[in-house]
Ligand binder design. Structure first.
Ligand SMILES: N[C@@H](CCC[C@H](N)C(=O)O)C(=O)O
Length: 260
């Protein structure tokens, strides 16, 4: 059967999207999702999302990694889905949608950037230069002074498959603080893609929280990824992070028709 799909990207983290407001893609098979995300045999993407109808929200977000499995929150995916909602004619000043980690607010700013409110974070585990926290998805954050010189795929795969993390998996972020104390560079190895992606929204958020420069109060951290720039704004009070917003571009790349 022929199906209309939409391809979106947020700082190079790319997604196949389907409008599932009538429920026609409920129960989409793992092998089909994996095939659609395949860069040689399919459309090619880091993940696939369904925009579902929900009685109490503007829409519901369902997210699958490129391996075909439903996963936890995707920050760049959430920002892309807000743009998709707007393109489908769901127009709001403030969007409210439901994702696997709970409700989210979002807005499209005048410059076209999408600001997405992420869940509050109340726990950061810390061991030397390594941090573990959950920003909707689980993240390992390592601080380094040479992020671009790292073999992210090799190191990321090693940490993700280490005995501590192999069962549930984890996303691995290497982070370098630039000369500005409020700017960082982030590279991420994503579980479920099992590769480095050009950007990871929940990973960028985790890295920014770890690199907060204002111990108590408002922080804004500008983030460079291989796929573009994002910003993370939040309030910090000890190990409690609230009003966490991930801000950056998200856009439609193309749409098409595919058989499956
Ligand atoms: N790319 C995403 C994260 C997607 C989920 C991740 N691969 C996982 O399984 O935890 C983002 O932008 O946050």
């Amino acid at each position: 059967m022929k199906h209309t799909f939409y391809k979106y990207q947020g700082t190079g983290n790319d997604f196949v999207l389907f409008d599932n407001r009538d429920g026609r893609y409920n129960g989409l098979e793992t092998r089909v999702i994996r095939r659609l995300c395949d860069r040689r045999f399919g459309i090619g993407a880091d993940g696939l999302m369904l925009l579902n109808k929900h009685p109490d929200y503007d829409f519901e977000m369902k997210y699958y990694n490129a391996d075909g499995r439903e996963s936890s929150m995707c920050g760049n995916g959430g920002r892309s889905l807000v743009k998709f909602a707007a393109d489908l004619g769901i127009v709001q000043t403030e969007y409210r949608f439901l994702a696997v980690d709970g409700p989210h607010e979002a807005s499209i700013e005048l410059d076209g950037n999408v600001a997405l409110r992420m869940q509050d974070v109340n726990e950061v585990r810390h061991d030397g230069s390594n941090f573990i926290l959950n920003t909707g998805s689980p993240h390992f954050v390592h601080l380094t002074d040479d992020v671009m010189g790292k073999d992210m795929v090799r190191i990321g795969r090693q940490i993700r498959n280490s005995p501590e993390f192999e069962k549930e998996g984890i996303n691995v972020n290497f982070v370098e603080q630039t000369r500005e104390d409020d700017e960082i560079i982030v590279r991420t190895y994503e579980r479920g893609v099992e590769d480095e992606t050009l950007s990871c929204g929940t990973g960028v958020t985790a890295a920014a929280l770890v690199c907060a420069h204002n111990e108590n109060g408002f922080n804004r951290v500008d983030v460079r990824t291989r796929g573009g720039r994002l910003a993370v704004e939040f309030d910090k009070s000890g190990n409690h992070f609230s009003n966490v917003w991930l801000i950056g571009p998200a856009e439609r790349v193309f749409e098409g028709i595919i058989d499956f």
